[in-house]
Design a protein around this ligand. Structure first.
Ligand SMILES: CC(C)(COP(=O)(O)OP(=O)(O)OC[C@H]1O[C@@H](n2cnc3c(N)ncnc32)[C@H](O)[C@@H]1OP(=O)(O)O)[C@@H](O)C(=O)NCCC(=O)NCCS
Length: 214
């Protein structure tokens, strides 16, 4: 599969050659405490194997690169699980700190969520985020995720307990938000969306597929 493109990003297929970059990303002292699935400890060779497996097993795993330079920025993935009632996606994203706060996370998350609802027949996309990770929570809420639960005292962080928020966006809510925009309700769109997503790159996409959500 060729790379997917957003306005400023390349979403590239993962290969083993990306593992060194991924290890550096996951070992970054600013990133490591925010990635909830692991202890904050030096990464072992076993971790490298796990990283490779998780990228391979995900339904949709991408290496995120800056479109203008091809530079490695981070990774994102959707893992699909069958709940026996419906298919549910589980989302995760991670960027190197020097790329934070430029709208890239929102741009990539929006694309990944939209793509996954289109192609994987998901009823819901979920994620877990530390309650202190306000940057990530802001991104997810801008996309339309809402908090559906809280696990108290999930991790001891910098001398205090941190909780975990379980967040989700059901298919119906995503479709409603996107169709409002497709129908040209720009006032509503601007109210709930960041400006970075109002860029023309997303518009033809939705106009072309305006029958998708009907
Ligand atoms: C989470 C992550 C993907 C977000 O990507 P990003 O490119 O930094 O995010 P964006 O620039 O698109 O958006 C950040 C938003 O958070 C806001 N923000 C930043 N710091 C904030 C804070 N302390 N409190 C509240 N909001 C904050 C920004 O103002 C921006 O919102 P705005 O566009 O409405 O102004 C990225 O920061 C990252 O990879 N972090 C490390 C790994 C991680 O936390 N992954 C998620 C684990 S669940």
């Amino acid at each position: 599969m060729a790379s997917l493109t957003t306005e400023r990003l390349l979403l590239c297929p993962y290969t083993k050659a990306d593992l060194d970059d991924l290890m550096s990303l996951c070992s970054d002292p600013l990133v490591q405490p925010l990635v909830i699935h692991d202890d904050v400890a030096p990464r072992s060779p076993k971790f490298r194997d796990r990283l490779h497996l998780s990228m391979e097993r995900a339904a949709f795993a991408v290496i995120i690169r800056l479109r203008s330079t091809g530079e490695f920025m981070g990774q994102a993935m959707i893992t699909v699980t069958n709940t026996k009632k419906f298919l549910e996606g589980s989302f995760a994203i991670c960027l190197l700190p020097r790329f934070w706060n430029n709208g890239y996370g929102t741009e990539a998350t929006h694309y990944m969520v939209d793509y996954s609802f289109r192609w994987f027949d998901l009823q819901k996309i979920s994620l877990m985020v530390l309650s202190s990770n306000l940057r990530a929570i802001t991104v997810y809420q801008k996309i339309g995720f809402r908090i559906e639960g809280r696990k108290w005292r999930f991790r001891w962080m910098s001398g205090r307990w941190d909780d975990i928020f379980l967040m989700c966006i059901p298919y119906e809510e995503w479709a409603a938000r996107e169709s409002q925009w497709t129908l040209g309700a720009d006032a509503i769109y601007h109210h709930i969306r960041p400006c970075s997503l109002c860029s023309p790159v997303f518009r033809p996409h939705y106009y072309l597929h305006s029958d998708y959500y009907q």
